[in-house]
Design a protein around this ligand. Structure first.
Ligand SMILES: Nc1nc(=O)c2c([nH]1)NC[C@@H]1CN(c3ccc(C(=O)N[C@@H](CCC(=O)O)C(=O)O)cc3)C=[N+]21
Length: 287
């Protein structure tokens, strides 16, 4: 029996509905939540993501302020904008879209965002709060993955979860969130000797590498939950060339797994939903 599809678009809509109620309650008290999104340069993919974020805010009753700058913007000028948004009481979340042009030190910019407005959860303070099990903003993509896993109804306690990828934005925080949910966690990466040995043991696999077909059917335990964070394009000369695809060989793995997320329509929409959750939460804290 093929895997049950985990519908990230539907779950994201449901979560955004909850956000809309909380935002309306804040607006009724004259405290409309506000999110500032800063986009530097003209990466076409970044423009699509940012537009989706702004649209989702509007639909949920969150005021969004989109600031676009040319790729030549100086680091000093960007830091000045962040400082101004830090001081703006109508702004509860600040998101600086990554990647930034190479002449700008992204770390420095992220650390300049006031911790109370770090709705991306990318700052060292937010990472430390997650590490220490303290309340704080969780990075939106792994946070969304946790909600997708929860939606299956399978309890994580005592389960073996394998994360493929060790980035600061997805792999590492994903491992910590799974650990916090009492899973036994393995983090695999480019130097892992035999990836399949690990994934075949896994009750949950989260693939976050950025390379298509990283996880194939022979690498998956029957019945496992498979979460696909990848955002890749099918190369020219292959069927479906140019289409968005994940890190998982979807057609193969769905025959073995118990649950699987599609790309698109899986993790991507959840990333945006959790950004709205963090923003409304930030506004509630400040109200
Ligand atoms: N400071 C910062 N925060 C981020 O959260 C951040 C970032 N920088 N830089 C880039 C990545 C990427 N990201 C996505 C969000 C939603 C979709 C999304 O909605 N994807 C749709 C499809 C979109 C399409 O069709 O291209 C889906 O998977 O169904 C994708 C990617 C957020 N990121």
């Amino acid at each position: 029996m093929p895997a049950t599809l985990i519908d990230g678009s539907a779950l994201a809509l449901q979560i955004r509905g909850g956000v809309a109620e909380r935002a309306a309650a804040l607006t009724a008290r004259g405290r409309t939540p506000g999110l500032a999104v800063i986009l530097v340069g003209d990466d076409p993919a970044s423009h699509v993501y940012v537009r989706n974020k702004v649209k989702a805010c509007e639909a949920a009753g969150i005021r969004s302020v989109l600031e676009r700058y040319p790729a030549e913007l100086t680091e000093a000028a960007l830091l000045e904008r962040v400082a101004a948004l830090n001081a703006d009481a109508t702004i509860h979340g600040i998101l600086v879209q990554l990647p930034l042009p190479r002449h700008i030190d992204a770390k420095k910019v992220i650390e300049a965002i006031d911790a109370s407005k770090d709705v991306d959860g990318y700052s060292v303070l937010s990472a430390g709060e997650l590490m220490a099990g303290l309340p704080g903003f969780r990075p939106c993509t792994p946070y969304g993955c946790m909600k997708l896993i929860e939606s299956t109804g399978v309890a994580l306690r005592g389960k073996h979860a394998v994360v493929i990828g060790r980035s600061n934005t997805v792999g590492k925080p994903m491992g910590l969130l799974l650990l916090q949910a009492d899973a036994t966690v393995t983090i695999c990466h480019s130097a892992t000797a035999d990836l399949a040995v690990h994934t075949r043991q896994a009750d949950v696999v989260v693939a976050a590498v950025g390379r298509r077909n990283t996880l194939t059917a022979d690498m998956v335990k029957p019945g496992a939950i498979v979460i696909d964070v990848g955002m890749n394009r099918v190369p020219d000369g292959e069927p479906n060339a140019g289409k968005l695809c994940g890190d998982v060989d979807f057609d193969g793995v769905r025959e073995v797994a118990g649950w699987i997320t599609p790309v698109p329509g899986g993790v991507g929409p959840m990333t945006i939903a959790m950004l709205l959750v963090n923003t409304v939460e930030s506004a509630e804290r400040s109200a």
